[in-house]
Design a protein around this ligand. Sequence first.
Ligand code: 3H9
Length: 691
Amino acid sequence: MDVEGMMMSEVLTTRVAGNIGIVEIASPPVNALSTAVRAAVIEGLRVHNADDAVAAIVILCAGRTFFAGADIAEFDHLPIKQPDFDALMTTAESSPKPVVAAIHGTALGGGFELALACNYRVAVPSAKVGFPEVHLGLLPGAGGTQRLPRLIGTGAALDLILSGKPVPAAKAAEMGVVDLLAEEGKLEETAIAFAQDVAAKGAPWPKVRDRAVAGGLDEIEAIKAKHKRQFKGFKAPGHIVQALEAAVTLPFEEGLRREQELFGELLISRESAAQRHVFFAQRLTAKVPDIGKDVPILPIRKVGVIGAGTMGGGITMNFLQAGVPVTLVEMKQEALDRGIATIRKNYERTAAKGRMTMEQVDKLMSLIDPVLSLDALADVDLVVEAVFEEISIKKDIFGQLDGICREGAILASNTSFLDLDDIASATSRPEWVVGMHFFSPANVMPLLEVVRGAKTGKEVIATVMKLAGTIRKTPVLAGVCHGFIANRIMEHLIVQSQQMVLEGVPLRTIDKVMNDYGFAMGPIAMLDLIGLDVLVHGASGRTLMGDFVAAGRRGQKTGKGFYDYDADRKATLSDEAAKIIGDFATYTGIAPDPGQSEENIRQRLLYPVVNEGAKCLEEGIALRASDIDVAAILGYNWPVFTGGPMFWGDTIGAATLLQGLKDLEGRYGSAFTPAALVQKLATEGGRFVNR
Ligand code: 3H9
């Protein structure tokens, strides 16, 4: 038996219950439809179709879920091996005996497509079905775009496929996708009884392919408009629309062929390669090579947050939503009241949108214990300090915590730039000190940088990495340095954009170049959004942004910053801003160079980010290049379809990057000096990202 044959026999169990043949697949963790699994399903169907004692067949999966889709890793090794998806779907759909898919967990992508190729679908209420392919830069390529509109109509199908969101079984049943809801825990017996019924009724058994498509091209236009923001920079949404158009205009078989063509184009696209990279990168960040499963995870039952400002409030909300009580400390009653009121207002806004009840708001608020003294933190399991970014203040607080907190409590700082080891030195227990760097707004942004100090204990790292998942963040481990990973690499983009502003490059050109690259917002508009006062806080000496703040131009919130803003937050150019820029340029004596090419601007903004990422790798600040990509994407909205700065650096190639950096260094100085790793990869070959 060949290797695939052996693997197939390991994942497949065929058994017979009464007159029903069961094809059971067990391929942990998520029963992805790898070559071996596809072969196993086909073999299971063959076995039961050849057995005269079997009247109908049930396909089900062991473990936590029905098939979660194609094995995404296989897409890096094209062509897809035989038996391919077409063979699998055709076998299921043309089975002479009726086939029932019994669904639990998540039937996603190719898994959902297999269910649609079966005659019937039975699911437990906790199950979900959906097509997440769009998040991988793909489309459902195994008949999903042709079968789903035949079941639920063109508009609903397009909506579901473009959204990428799984639908709960009850909703799927309402839509006509699921034929029967089984009681939780009784999936197999319900599916068997259902299969017996349909077998007893006799042929013909329904096939989705035989149904007419409900809804026409006009429905497609309406749904396209609803999702229009998704199209910019991404290839897949446009291809998905074309596949749905094919479902409307072409006979089933021709539609399938069109779908396969479109899928093939996406599969070899740079965008899909980038998004598949991000899929695996996001799941890799939590794995720390020297921290195995044997390292204990400490229970975090109660948290203290110091500082009820914007950051502290956002951090608090994360824990409340995870059901963890928070003791929130402020120095003054007024600041404490303001912080609590802001949290309540945020939740009430969510409730007003119908996404939460007022009872839930009250319940969350009741988890906060507002206090005015650090002494109240004596019994918490974790403290997150989120006060003003000033080393002496932080050290003072950590010194006090050392005397207050119980032994074994984790002491975390939300510092975004400061030296964590220096902060830890203020305590007698640096092994319990860690960085938990949230991104603003902390209750929304999905990134948590976990900063490992020189002495941070392994169980502290393991606990905080795990805790990130509990509060729905993706953790990225960083070493101690100025700005850790995301801020350190992205600072270049900000600094260079400011430099170009002073050289007279039009603000709109700088923003446009980054919009064209894929950022939803250019760097200048982003500074206005964050607030120039926030950015200059603590800066010493005269700065361009400081001059803006002095002139009352603090950004979008004051209706004026680099741009002027109207009531709809539409940005226009401002003579006053131009004068502030001109005056500051004169003050610094910067040479004007307003006519730079867009390519020059792009390289100036992006190459140093990749270069700094390379330095983070050299210095061991980041564990792996893909972690840097995740930090940039989740912390700074770096466009996903580029794969992040390091993956993008690989697509342009180290040799091109090196040459570009050398040219920029010649013109603009040491900010562009190539990292040793860039030079190494350029001369020896290789990539930043190695999966
Ligand atoms: C497709 O189907 C194309 C077809 O239309 C057409 C073909 C022609 N493949 O997320 P987790 C791994 S495209 C390979 O932490 P959870 C994952 O890397 C596919 N590996 O668990 C991780 O590995 P590790 C459409 C996969 O419980 C482990 O499983 N389907 C796949 O939080 C656990 O994953 C999708 O896009 C896969 N398909 O969430 C579904 N899925 O332990 C993608 C998971 O080494 N998957 N792994 O880090 C998911 O959305 C979630 O994994 C799922 C479980 C919701 C299923």
